[in-house]
Design a binder for this molecule. Sequence first.
Ligand code: ATP
Length: 908
Amino acid sequence: MTRAETLPHRSHALSVAAVADHFGVDLAVGLTQKEVARRLDRFGPNKLAARRPVTEIDLILRQFASSIVALLMAALVLSLIYAEWKQAAAIAAVLVINAAIGYYTERQAVRSMEALRQMAARNARVRRDGQPRQISADQLVPGDVVVIDAGDVVPADMRCASSAALSVDESALTGESLPVDKGVEANSEFAALTERSAMLFKGTHVVRGSGEAIVTGTGIATEIGRIAELVEEAESGDSPLERQLALLSRQLIWLTLALAAVVAAAGIYSGRPIFLMAETSIALAVAAIPEGLPIVATLALARGMMRMAGRNALVENLAAVETLGSTTLILTDKTGTITENRMEVERVITPSGEFSIDHLRAVILKGGHLVDPATDPALMRALLVGVLCSNAEYDHHADFGTGDPMEVALLRAGGFAGLRRREQIDTYPEVAKHPFDTATKRMATVHRHGEGHFAAVKGAPEEVLASADRIGVEATSLDDTARAAWLVRAERLAADGLRVLAVAIHPTAEPQEPVAHSLTFLGLVAFRDPPRHDIADAVAAMRGAGIRVVMATGDHPSTALSIARAVGMTDPDATVTTGAELSRLGEAAETECKKIARRDVFARMTPEQKLNLIALFQREGEVVAMIGDGVNDAPALTKANIGIAMGRRGTDVAREAADMVLLDDEFSTIVHAVREGRIIFDNIRRFSTYLLCCNLAEVLVVGLAVFAGLPLPLTPLQILFLNLVTDVFPAFALATGEGEGDVLARRPRPPKEPMLSAEQWRAVVSFGLTIAASTLIALVVANGWLELGAQQVTTISFLTIALAQLWQVFNMRSRGSGLWRNAVMKNRLVWYALALCLGLILAAVTVPVSAEALQIVPVGLAGWALALGCSLLPLLGGQAWLVVGAASGRPRMSARAARPGASGKEAL
Ligand code: ATP
């Protein structure tokens, strides 16, 4: 094995046998588990060096690269110049606390994202110890025999050992966008990377065909491994929402700086000390800049994504979380999403009769009686085609198969008649394969038989029957009447919810020519693929959430309709639209398009037609989430507003194109994801509104007091304290709330609605004003009525605004939610945050050092009563506003989406 490390670069120039020999592997058996362990030990896992993780040092340094730090530094320098040592120490402490909070928040977000990335691992199909196995792709070792299929991402560098029309998109490696055909013929030793048709390279996509290959290099010993550092993904990771918030922050910074300058000028003009005004305006700027917004938003998104991952929905990009909240339509395929994709052959109909399969007893019945399949040549031949025309593998002892579940089911059924694929392939060696094509809806394999060849064909009944002119073992002629009768039979089976396939042979096929006509039809095979147990509930939940669920399947219209009805996706009298009808629609009249866009079931759809359907829905204003699994679904997954792929069943290509992966392949997971998506969005709205109204209140209090010639209501350090204590912890708590139980009871958010809509801005301004007004009332009363000293007045206004901001958190409940039962009250973190903040305020007031730094003095019982009383005013006003607003709010649910008892609640 010492040569193995140098071999990867020459494998393309050697024959398959030489490569197999070099790696000490028998293609039919694969490596032994013991040998795999040895090689894994030696070559390490098949992983590229992960992208450089964000280190702790990076995180710490990042905290000091912000404008808030620059402003605080300026304040620090000012304090030092004026020899205000205590103040300087306090600002230094503020700097450290600010960095610590930023560090903690960002660390959580970064680590969550890293954990999520790790979950997106891939699988590979291998042959080891003579058996098919499904393993994690990072467990591959040089010498492994890998089975590869359309839709896979090539898991390692490999020498092609067999190819059935294998075609690979190597653009990830070479930049060449046209797919390259792959075969077993060795290439010249000097062939460039792009000319190595005998090699498959890690990270490239199989777009067509299937084959087997021997792993020649893993991990960094691959072509892509060598350039891994160059291709490190350049994704920014910022979602539109984060960008919106960052922009908002930047705009507010300028606004605030201008305002601070005006306040400073007005203060100096009215005779206040320059130093105090300079410091106040800096503090004001620090106070008003919602620096925390983008990072708390990222934290909220990352936490939400972790929660989604906990529910098996892996969101691959942050933007998807927002889109989920406004999704109005889910376009789903059928097989494996609505149904179990655990197929069993239930019936086989041949010209010799109708057979059923008893899976418990592993026997075949005819008319309810046991039959010996060997005595029925028509049945045997139909089953033989199912066994030969296959990419799957099946271990009859372990009852375990890998590959397309429908093909596995055929191999299993063949076993009941004593037909095992290995033995049959020995008898009829496969010489060519025409892979399944979604356009022709059939697949064929060509086999040697004596001197000649025959093709085994399987596919959609109408396609196979249309190409057949003979029938049965005797190959008698098949006329139109008989063809129509067989189509009716297929229709009958489909109407029963069965998936139907026709099997045929071409008795004199040429290996390389397409098998498209002169077929001999052998019969129909019907599969039972039951609907998933939870699908009906999930569809109902989606409808309740104002989201339509539409089926677009490649399967037969009757099968599609029967399953759609069974799970409550459509009305009993609904019609089904086929892909062909959709194509004929072309540029049809708008009314016709509108009519089609209201349908719920689309059948015999090709991936291109799915793409057109998405465009049609989008034109009608729908925000479309599309579920797809095939390699050809990738364009539609990208075209949809949010692409969803299945983690287990989906092809790697579909997973890469998708924005979200359902790790457990369960449709109901989408319900959880939509719910989480809405909660995350609500949370972001909540804490943004909260932070902004607190900041606005501080700016207003200081600004108005300065202009009105009142005593300064807050000292610079008090403002910093408010911003670091009273705002931040409740905001964090709001960011991680778990939402109200009925977020699914309202309609999706209009897609164009900005993150902070007019309603949120109204809340920011009115809450900001009420908090500022209450604080000023306290200030005026303390100043004019109680005739307290200047420091006592400041202390009272500080306490008023600090407490008012704490109580403000309760105004962040949804409009229309219960006074006591709502997302804020339920959120335990809110209570912890309040307790912590109250403790910190009390400590600030009572501990001499901090009291002195913050210039807080005792205010007596009357002072406390005044502060407490005034601080409650915004809470009372806010609650009244919420109650009145809810009573007069327009209904938010359409009749269609409304569920009994639903009460369209929204964040604010
Ligand atoms: P869905 O789109 O819901 O996943 P589907 O799997 O039936 O449904 P396609 O994969 O496009 O959709 O298949 C369309 C039709 O082609 C099937 O109904 C079946 O008749 C036929 N077919 C599917 N897979 C194969 C195969 N491996 N070999 C031959 N024919 C196939």
